[in-house]
Design a binder for this molecule. Structure first.
Ligand SMILES: [Zn+2]
Length: 641
């Protein structure tokens, strides 16, 4: 059936005062949300469990994260849920944002943790983490059952009453979203059907709650951060094919935020970044589930605008968690409190969705930039995660404590490092997209195809794909030729170079019969280049291929309080003032290789001729114990009087 007829059916259903059982059956038989989703999402991720990382920098990070997740005790995670439900708990609760007095408690314990273990199971087959997730779901089910209304949280409904009454409260629906999302992922990625039932109960409670509230009051309540409630309800509608959750998702939409975006107007100044990116992910999913193209226009414009007018070179945005300036004006915004890590996590989720609609390589270029420069490196060797990503000169990385912080970024980081395998390969039907250059193996059982990606990227400037198949098959392979490479990029099939390669910033399409043992070798030359800080051409950052280079400015403080934050606070206390940016002995338009030398391609080691002497440079992801700067002050010629 056509989109138009489907939309008119949806409209009718939405207009009905409540959906009868017969209506629900009609929805299931007529709509088939899944098949419609395939129509809107041309290019899809591989099914969960089909891609595994091989030894390398990503696998190492995946394992570190899994060890951290494994260190957390289920009884302690459940404590505040049990107390709220009136079930005895003698466990010691965690601290920070999971402390029994914190109004966000439960966001990690019953939300991000569940998402992370479900993703870890899908991404690496970690059955131990899956069973710990199942144990947590069983504990949450008992809490929900005891409460008896469908409601489930680690705090009482009183916090929602505060929200309704306009009394100060942190963000009750934000936490509610995390828990629903965790449960839904436990169902989708690890097959826990109890988790779906709990999520449905929670979705029904939220719907009923808002149905009893006037539009004006609801709009006032939506000024408080609510995460991706619209996204998780759209996801629930797609899974259950129950129109009710689409109705509920609509109740979490704010015309005051969405309308300017639909009209391609950037009115983001003054908004809190991580409050708003999840709402756009919700819009993207509403496009996929309802087919309404206005949602798609909103998502595409928003993403394009943030990436071009509001992003720092590392692939992330925000100052003090907010968009504080007009578009394209980041002059004077370099600080400790740049680029909250959650925002990158959410932008990447959005990039992944939008890529699926068009196959445009720019979104996977953006994903790669964020992945290598502001995700890789934000987890330390103990699995602790960063909150802010300082971009002023002379600062260093600081992390949450293991049991006393539980920030939002602890949660999104735990998810990120559990799902490093999920964007390497995508598919359209039986065709394959090679999006990211990460050592991994795709075992695509339904196509009888195994693809091994062998690479040391980015130390190696390219990758090799080895095909194993039980029978020859005609299929199209799309390989991303990133925007950062040169026209010297080369692709070989079984050792023979193709006469032409796609332009940088697009996909090379290879259509042929593939046989067991075939190989594709991709050589992607990396070169030095620089990008100005938006709004200040005299301040530049240097890149080598996809990698942002950072100047090493001396050892980070050895005092542990500057490196690990043992509280709910998100930054170390008593931070010193930033240093001046390192100065380049060249003007803003000098060629980058006039002031940076590649010392070793293999080790990714560089030096720069700073005004006050030679500086060592490394890719930002490798910076651990150093003070650093990713931006440089170039020489600005004196204006002629
Ligand atoms: Zn965060």
């Amino acid at each position: 059936m056509t989109n138009r007829s489907r939309r008119s059916f949806l409209k009718k259903s939405i207009g009905a005062a409540g959906l009868s059982l017969m209506g629900q059956r009609a929805l299931v038989s007529v709509l088939h949300a899944d098949s419609f989703e395939r129509a809107t999402r041309g290019i899809e991720p591989m099914p969960p469990g089909t891609v595994r990382l091989s030894a390398g920098i990503f696998k190492e990070q995946e394992e570190i994260n899994a060890r951290y997740l494994d260190s957390l005790a289920i009884d302690r995670l459940l404590h505040s849920f049990r107390v709220t439900a009136g079930i005895t708990s003698t466990a010691t609760p965690y601290k920070g944002w999971e402390d029994p007095t914190c109004e966000l408690r439960g966001h990690f314990a019953g939300g991000h943790f569940l998402s992370a273990v479900a993703l870890a199971y899908a991404g690496s087959g970690n059955a131990d983490l899956k069973s710990r997730g199942n144990e947590l779901v069983a504990g949450l089910a008992a809490c929900q059952q005891k409460i008896g209304t469908g409601y489930l949280s680690a705090y009482p409904t009183e916090l929602f009453e505060h929200l309704a009454a306009g009394k100060p409260v942190w963000a009750p629906f934000y936490t509610y979203h995390k828990i629903m999302a965790g449960l839904l992922e436990m169902f989708l990625l690890s097959g826990n059907s109890d988790a779906l039932k709990i999520a449905e109960g929670m979705g029904q409670w939220a719907h009923e709650y808002f149905m009893g509230i006037s539009t004006d009051q609801r709009m006032r309540m939506l000024r408080t951060e609510y995460g991706g409630m619209n996204e998780v309800l759209a996801n629930l509608a797609a899974v259950t094919r129950n129109e009710r959750y689409i109705d509920a998702a609509h109740l979490f939409e704010q015309p005051s935020f969405l309308d300017p975006l639909a009209e391609r107007r950037d009115e983001l100044q003054g908004l809190h970044a991580n409050t708003h990116v999840p709402k756009i992910i919700g819009s993207a999913r509403m496009y996929e589930v309802t087919g309404d193209r206005r949602y798609r226009q909103i998502a595409e414009y928003f993403l394009e605008e943030v990436l071009t007018a509001r992003n720092y070179v590392i692939g992330n945005t925000s100052l003090d968690e907010n968009w504080k300036t007009s578009p394209g004006q980041l002059k004077g915004t370099l600080a400790w409190t740049n680029a909250e890590c959650c925002v990158a996590y959410n932008l990447m989720k959005l990039e992944r969705l939008v890529f699926g609609w068009t196959g445009d390589a720019r979104w996977m270029d953006a994903y790669e930039r964020a992945l290598f420069n502001c995700r890789l490196g934000t987890q330390n060797a103990d699995g602790l995660k960063q909150y802010f990503f300082p971009l002023a000169a002379g600062y260093w990385r600081a992390y949450n404590s293991a049991e006393e912080s539980f920030w939002c970024c602890t949660g999104t980081g735990a998810e990120e490092f559990a799902k490093l395998a999920d964007t390497v390969f995508f598919r359209r039907g039986g065709d394959l997209y090679v999006n990211q250059f990460i050592a991994s193996t795709l075992d695509w059982k339904e196509e009888g195809l195994v693809v091994e990606q062998v690479t040391q990227f980015p130390k190696e400037h390219g990758t090799t794909l080895k095909f194993k198949s039980s029978r020859p098959a005609t299929r199209t392979i799309h390989v991303r030729i990133p925007g950062w490479t040169t026209s010297d990029a080369e692709v070989k099939i079984n050792g023979r170079a193709l006469e032409a390669v796609a332009d940088p910033g697009s996909y090379l399409t290879i259509h042929r019969v593939w046989e067991d043992g075939d190989t594709i070798t991709v050589n992607l030359p990396m070169v030095l280049r620089q990008e100005p800080l938006p709004g200040d051409d005299s301040v530049v950052a240097a890149l080598y291929g996809p990698l942002v280079l950072a100047a090493e400015l001396g050892a980070a403080p050895t005092d542990e309080t500057y490196r690990i934050v043992h509280s709910s606070s998100t930054s170390p206390k008593n931070l010193p003032a930033a240093s001046p940016l390192p100065k380049v002995a060249a003007g803003p338009r000098a060629m980058t290789d006039q002031w940076i030398q590649v010392e070793s391609k293999l080790d990714l080691h560089f030096t720069a001729a700073g005004e006050s002497g030679k500086l060592q440079l490394a890719p930002m992801y490798q910076i651990d114990d150093q003070r650093y700067s990713v931006y440089w002050q170039t020489q600005v010629p004196n204006k002629q009087s």
